[in-house]
Unconditional design. Structure first.
Lengths: 359, 260
């Protein structure tokens, strides 16, 4: 028997092609079942995300298997041609899936969202009764491999975007962010993204101050926060734990002299300042004060880059782990084939008979 | 009585230390029950040893620096076990094993003084005073560890050079809270120890009284400063470390003077 993978991803196809092949969640189950029901195929799982569309099938023959998938997709108006699609069989298909679920094939190396997406695709296939012994074993092994890769290496370590670095630093300072108040100075795109990332971690409140009060009010409304007149932002400042500066001011908006009396009144509560503005909004001197932590755009980006470097340096360790599991799994596959000693033409029928979800 | 139980306890804490390093490297700190079990076994061995030593001495086994070090290690382990799961499973909790291991290694390196039952009746208040004071010292030791951890975390955040262990450290806020609480706990115990000591018969030990009062005043100042919010967590951390070093020095000095 062969395990096959046909697909395209952000590595092989631009978004204009990927969007043409994206499969809506509402039809995913039916399509998965249709593929599995083909006489030359036995089982199937279809993974469709914004970065990839991949068809995993079990088939007695590699050539007939790929032809069968092509023909089914053609009936849905998806003509598989050109370099955008890759085709992998047994060992390569297994390795590919293990790499995908471990985040090694993701646009952001080591991201973990893909694992949830593949789990969901597998669940959909199970519900459509499209999986059996081979794919059940393959996907369950893949989820174990992903867990092992995540826990035994640093592939997911650190944050790799400015927003997520800011959130991680805030959590290293305050712990849980549920009691933190955030203030945005300057309603720019970056400050909105960063505040959004903090909001997703449950910060208590968000104040927005901007030279144009209308923009401040609009952003505050969008984020469920409170707009503050720019001339009055220092009044609310005593409550603030995280300050995001992103104004277009040509000079420092916050200096050490301004901050010293505020910090004295805060009873030593720490203050995290995120300066996303260029020219900078916050005097670098404030970082010398006890309990004040200042990060500008370059230092946030440097941490993101550093994390990405760490992740890249872990690649060979991850690949070695995955190789070990690929060897184990293909050995199991061969042993199974020998045990069943089935002729290729019997395979599909046997697979249909053995289709028991969750095996 | 020999050092067997003490040696067993030290080996358990060494195992806890090794497991902690392994958990840190594998990034499974919060999921390593082995550390808790190793420290629990170490604590049981410590307790057995201290009990036997107490039986032999006919009093609380705190008659020499050797005994004080072991008792201090026992206090640290006790606080580790009594503290919440968050503390035990965090990096801060991980420091318990090496700290106790170090204290007991120093003790094992020293000659073990022979004990004999006291001729005159034991002053229970004096024994209580000594025991509570050493448990307070355990809290101060852990406050020092929390302080040191906070300062390392602070340094990384300020310099923006984040080492891999940065991600395992508890947040600054939690470290500051741990430091504060341990200082409060230690100070409360120390006060109880002083009161029990002063109430019966300890007043005549001049040097010890002066030293105890000095330590009490030092931590009292730290407690007040923390309570009124007039000291930053960073300065409180430095004070907790220095105060504990002063405390260790005074214990050592008192032992030397007592032996002269």
């Amino acid at each position: 028997m062969e395990l096959l993978c046909l697909g395209l991803s952000h590595r092989t196809a631009p978004v204009e092609i990927r969007e043409r092949f994206a499969i809506a969640e509402s039809v995913l189950g039916a399509l998965t079942a249709q593929i599995a029901a083909h006489p030359d195929l036995g089982e199937s799982v279809v993974v469709s995300t914004c970065n990839r569309v991949e068809f995993y099938v079990a088939s007695p023959s590699q050539a007939r298997g790929f032809v069968a998938i092509d023909s089914i997709l053609a009936t849905h108006g998806m003509v598989v041609t050109g370099d955008a699609f890759f085709r992998r069989d047994t060992e390569d298909a297994v390795r590919h899936l293990f790499r995908v679920v471990s985040g090694l094939d993701s646009m952001v190396l080591g991201e973990t969202e893909i694992l949830g997406q593949v789990k969901k695709a597998y669940q959909t296939a199970q519900e459509a009764k499209a999986t059996s012994r081979n794919l059940n074993k393959l996907f369950q092994r893949a989820f174990n491999v992903a867990k092992e890769v995540r826990t035994q290496t640093n592939i997911t370590r650190g944050s790799v975007s400015v927003g997520s670095v800011a959130v991680e630093l805030a959590e290293r300072i305050f712990g849980k962010l549920g009691s933190c108040h955030v203030m945005i100075l300057g309603a720019g795109e970056m400050s909105e993204l960063t505040a959004g990332a903090l909001q997703a971690r449950g910060v208590k409140s968000i104040f927005v101050a901007n030279r144009s009060h209308e923009r401040a009010a609009a952003l505050a409304e969008k984020m469920g926060g409170k707009a503050v007149r720019f001339e009055e932002w220092t009044r609310e400042f005593g409550e603030v734990d995280i300050l995001i500066g992103s104004t277009a001011a040509p000079h420092y908006v916050l200096t050490r002299e301004q901050l010293e009396p505020v910090m004295a009144a805060r009873r030593q509560r720490p203050l995290f300042c995120i300066d996303l503005a260029v020219p900078r909004d916050i005097d670098p001197e404030v970082n010398e004060m006890d309990g004040v932590y200042l990060y500008d755009i370059d230092s946030l980006q440097a941490i993101a880059n550093q994390s990405m470097e760490v992740r890249r340096s872990e690649l060979s360790t991850c690949e070695a782990l995955i190789d070990k599991h690929v060897v184990d799994f293909t050995a199991w596959l061969r042993a199974e084939a020998a045990r069943l000693a089935l002729a290729p033409q019997d395979y599909a029928q046997a697979s249909q008979n053995a289709r028991v979800p969750g095996v | 009585m020999d050092r067997l139980a003490l040696l067993g306890s030290t080996l358990c804490f060494l195992a806890g230390f090794a497991l902690s390093v392994q958990a840190l490297r594998g990034r499974v700190l919060g999921r390593s029950p082995g550390i808790l079990w190793a420290n629990l076994c170490g604590f049981v061995f410590q307790t057995v040893w201290l009990y036997e030593r107490g039986q032999q001495a006919g009093r609380c086994p705190l008659t020499s620096l050797f005994d004080v070090l072991v008792f201090l290690g026992w206090s640290v382990a006790l606080l580790y076990l009594l503290a919440g799961a968050t503390y035990r499973l965090s990096l801060l909790g991980v420091f318990t094993s090496p700290l106790v291991f170090l204290l007991q290694c120093v003790a094992l390196w020293m000659p073990m003084p022979l004990l004999s039952k006291p001729v005159s009746p034991v002053n229970a208040w004096l024994e209580l005073h000594a025991a509570i004071s050493v448990v307070a010292y355990g809290a101060f030791a852990l406050a020092g560890v929390a302080g040191a951890t906070l300062l390392v975390q602070e340094r990384q955040l300020k310099t923006r050079r984040l080492h891999s262990f940065f991600y395992h450290f508890p947040p600054i806020h939690d470290l500051a809270a741990a430091n504060r609480r341990l200082v409060y706990i230690g100070f409360t115990l120390l006060t109880l120890g002083l009161v029990s000591g002063l109430s019966r018969g300890v007043a005549h030990i001049g040097l010890l009284r002066v030293v105890s009062l000095g330590v009490w005043l030092l931590y009292g100042f730290l407690c007040v400063a923390l309570g009124v919010g007039r000291i930053s967590p960073q300065r409180a951390a430095w004070l907790a470390i220095w105060a504990f070093l002063v405390l260790l020095l005074t214990v050592w000095a008192v032992q030397i003077v007592s032996n002269v």
